[in-house]
Design a protein around this ligand. Structure first.
Ligand code: MEZ
Length: 533
């Protein structure tokens, strides 16, 4: 019995009918000109009216979605007179409990620092945990960091910061080795070599995976290793940072954190801080659903900006083409790009292909949006529109059992709702997945603010205006490691001055003078799902 209502089953039958023909048919990739025209017409980043320039601070004029601008221009939780008697002291304070934070903590500790890691929810409640498809690294004879570099730069529309891309691709093979040494169970061929696949926009197969729960497997080994290193690393759950603290020389010397349960606030003094707070998918730009975890509210961008760390690339968000569009209970949840990598085609309500399945993500998403706007999408009983991802083709191409073996989490996710993706297609629609921009990063993991280091999705510049699949799991580890090491080295030589929150006086004054009042206290910490009038 199908999990789809009768009106959707009619379209499923059309998809089945075109399958024999489509098996022999390869849809052509687009030219660069076609891609640019499609993006301009349909990608959400080009909807000018949904963006605005921020009105205060060092990156005044930077465009970003309204929802993000409202929190970036928000008022602080505390005043400049907040009591800065420390509740704890450490060498390196890591803010964020995902893959970037965990790897930063490990490297800081290995380089002789005492570390405290604070995390908003539980250690591991992060986008890393939810990442599915894989992690890129050029480690095969037919591949090289140079080819990986060219793919990354091309995917990013040649707007990436070259030194950051160089760091990303050069460290990549080493990161894979490191993960194996930590005990990660990668997918392997019978001869012990890595299974490696294509992602959208990659010219070589270099996606390393652990089935379709690669991020969870990475987080498993990192978290175990952090726990092994207690008490040199102390983890404090449910304690988000609400303000960074500078000293009287302008160096970062810790953060004020909030106990999420009691609301109590206190200052953790540190010689260096690493921000690894992830992105902001839960701000639901333009009303899009998201793949992101519950705590993804762009806190790091808010915190860093208030102490004058420059921002960049925030006019660019990533919409993953394949978010679940049916059933409604899982709207927006990730359907890994690996499904297309394994051979699933994308088709409209008539069962016809309309786009090459592995265009770069922004292009692929724009093509889905265009097809739906043309009235060729499938509409669900609750009014959500989507296109079909013809998953059964994977077993047809590679043999029965492939889907179950390669995508066990995905199969289970849909089976809960009576949909057997080994036999029926799944309905998908673009979903807010990743912020391409954030706080400007340097290749050693530092920022323009002394003592402030960053890693992962909070940072800007690695991916330019479009990230390719598998480069975010890579980024969190490459820059997590770099920021951890360099924060530790900084902590050994810095001479901290007197802690102060004087920057808040300046911030509040600037907002007043510019007449800015967004009515938001930020970082907002958790998304607001209350019903609006
Ligand atoms: O890098 C990603 O965003 C990724 C691997 C997502 C996916 O489709 O699985």
């Amino acid at each position: 019995m199908s999990g789809y209502p009768p009106e959707m089953q009619e379209s499923v039958r059309m998809v089945e009918a075109t399958r024999p023909r489509r098996l022999k048919e390869t849809f052509p990739t687009m030219s660069l000109e076609e891609r640019e025209a499609l993006l301009k017409a349909y990608h959400p980043d080009y909807k000018d009216e949904t963006f605005r320039a921020i009105r205060v601070g060092v990156s005044k004029g930077q465009r970003m979605p309204h929802e993000l601008a409202d929190v970036v221009e928000g008022r602080p939780h505390i005043g400049p007179d907040f009591d800065l008697t420390p509740i704890a002291e450490t060498d390196v304070l890591v803010i964020g409990g995902g893959g970037a934070g965990a790897s930063a903590a490990l490297l800081a500790q290995e380089n002789g620092a005492k570390v405290i890691l604070v995390t908003k929810l539980r250690f591991g409640d992060a986008n890393t945990m939810m990442a599915q498809g894989g992690i890129q690294a050029a480690d095969r004879p037919n591949d090289s960091p140079t080819i990986h570099y060219l793919d990354v730069i091309g995917g990013g529309h040649f707007t990436n910061v070259p030194e950051l891309v160089e760091a990303l691709v050069m460290d990549a093979p080493f990161v894979i080795k490191w993960l194996e040494e930590l005990g990660m169970m990668f997918d392997k061929e019978p001869d012990g070599t890595m299974v490696e696949a294509h992602g959208g926009g990659t010219s070589r197969k270099r996606m390393h995976s652990a089935r379709d729960y690669t991020g969870a497997e990475i987080m498993r080994v990192l978290r175990d290793e952090v726990r092994n290193r207690e008490p040199d690393i102390t983890v404090i759950d449910f304690s988000p940072a609400i303000e960074l603290v500078l000293d009287d020389k302008g160096q970062v010397v810790g953060a004020v954190v909030m106990n999420l349960e009691t609301g109590a606030k206190g200052y953790i003094q540190a010689k260096a801080v690493i921000l690894a707070t992830g992105g902001g998918g839960r701000l639901h730009y333009q009303g899009f659903p998201t793949t992101n975890h519950y705590g993804a509210t762009a806190d790091g961008v808010v915190l860093a900006y208030r102490i004058s760390a420059p921002l960049g690339y925030l006019e660019s968000m990533q919409y993953h083409p394949t978010g679940a569009a049916f059933p409604e209970q899982i709207l927006g949840q990730l359907v890994t790009e690996k499904v297309r990598g394994l051979g699933a085609q994308v088709v409209n309500k008539y069962g016809e292909q309309f786009v090459y399945p592995l265009e770069p993500r922004d292009v692929e998403s724009a093509a889905f949006l265009r097809e739906c706007a043309r009235g060729n999408g499938v509409v669900t009983p609750t009014g959500q529109v989507g296109v079909w991802l013809d998953s059964p083709m994977i077993d047809i191409i590679h043999g029965p059992g492939t889907i179950q073996r390669a995508l066990p989490a995905m199969v289970r996710q849909f089976a809960r709702f009576g949909i057997d993706m080994t036999k029926e297609p799944i309905l998908v629609y673009p979903t807010l997945h990743y912020q391409n921009g954030g706080v400007r990063l340097r290749a050693d993991g530092s920022t323009e603010i002394p003592g402030l280091f960053i890693a992962g999705e909070v940072s800007a510049g690695v991916h330019g205006h479009n990230r390719l699949m598998g480069n975010s799991l890579l980024e969190i580890l490459v820059f997590g490691r770099r920021s951890g090491r360099n924060a530790a080295l900084w902590s050994h030589q810095v001479k901290p001055g007197k802690p102060t929150l004087a920057h808040l006086e300046k911030w509040n004054r600037e907002l007043e003078e510019a007449g800015v009042n967004t009515g938001v206290v930020s970082p907002i910490l958790l998304p607001d799902y209350t019903r609006k009038k």
